[in-house]
Ligand binder design. Structure first.
Ligand SMILES: Nc1ncnc2c1ncn2[C@@H]1O[C@H](COP(=O)(O)OP(=O)(O)O)[C@@H](O)[C@H]1O
Ligand SMILES: [Mg+2]
Length: 289
């Protein structure tokens, strides 16, 4: 597994990272969420060894993470780097060879990825002639060509149309199913909600919330939603702090069983459950704390 432990990094007077820790287990898609300037890119660069840390470390299965040495990492940097005049298929294979694959292996892997990312009919086009979304798919192919054991992707979804988002999302999920931890940064919270098993929320160089999506939702859940078939207004009849939401009642600060009993006493209860917050709501609350 990937473990990032207590990274600290300054650029002059700017504290970019102030003790960042996070982890990603095999098979897990982890969303790294935060506003611009929160420290996502810096964290990923340090993990990849392209930037030195002031303090802390990145580990792969308990030993120092050394990309290309202790682990094959698929990395999509923030600044995209493709050769605009090279053909798509050749380019992907070329990066495979740079990672030490034989020419035949690299070509086979390139062909597989073109297929998977729906790019087969663009294989002989020059990269510069592709749409931005398709260039991004090539960028993903380049980071996957050498069959990485770990994926670290910086904003892989930025600038993609919904179709490309789906293709990319499926490709990442598949890598996770195949056993690789997948860490990707994004500020698109709907995507995080759809794709991630876990989330790490960063603000001003600190992780302010992290855990599995299920855990985070449970932890942030305190509001009961109750629907009762009755003509009566139950705002005063239910225990706790009660507000109406359409035909429903939202109840806080009350014993749920007492609420249920009161509701059943008033009429037929058709809905009784804690509302689950969205990742967007969890993010907003964590940032506001
Ligand atoms: N090379 C650099 N020199 C100076 N400041 C930097 C450098 N890289 C990042 N920073 C600063 O560090 C903070 C975190 O940046 P970054 O990691 O790029 O955030 P994110 O990727 O979440 O948008 C920001 O305040 C940014 O301005
Ligand atoms: Mg960034």
């Amino acid at each position: 597994m990937l473990e990032i432990q207590d990274l600290k990094k300054r650029f002059g007077d700017t504290v970019a990272l102030d003790g960042v820790s996070l982890s990603a287990e095999p098979g897990e898609v982890v969303g790294f969420v935060g506003a611009n300037g929160a420290g996502k890119t810096t964290t990923m660069r340090i993990a990849m060894g392209v930037l030195a840390t002031d303090e802390g470390r990145a580990l792969w299965n308990g030993s120092p993470l050394l990309p290309g040495k202790t682990v094959r990492v698929g990395y999509m940097p923030e600044e995209r780097g493709l050769y605009p005049k090279m053909k798509v298929g050749e380019q992907i294979a070329y990066f495979g060879e740079l990672h030490g694959m034989s020419r035949a292996e690299a070509k086979r892997s390139s062909a597989d990825l073109l297929e998977q990312l729906d790019l087969t009919d663009r294989a002989d086009d020059h990269v510069q002639d592709l749409s931005l979304g398709n260039q991004q798919r090539v960028q993903l192919a380049v980071s996957l060509v050498h069959d990485p054991e770990l994926l670290i992707l910086d904003e892989p979804f930025s600038g993609l149309d919904p179709l490309a988002v789906d293709v990319m999302g499926t490709a990442l999920k598949q890598r996770a199913v195949d056993g690789a931890p997948v860490l990707f940064s994004s500020h698109q919270l709907d995507l995080i909600e759809r794709l991630c098993d876990s989330v790490a929320i960063i603000a001003s160089g600190r992780i302010i919330a992290s855990g599995t999506v299920t855990e985070l939702k449970k932890r942030e859940t305190r509001q009961l939603r109750v629907s009762v078939e009755t003509a009566e207004d139950l705002t005063a009849a239910l225990p706790g702090t009660v507000v109406r939401d359409g035909d429903d009642y939202l109840v806080e600060d009350a014993d749920d069983q007492a609420v249920l009993q009161a509701a059943m006493g008033a009429g037929r209860v058709t809905h009784f459950a804690y509302d689950q917050p969205t990742i967007a709501e969890i993010f907003r609350e964590a940032v506001a704390r």
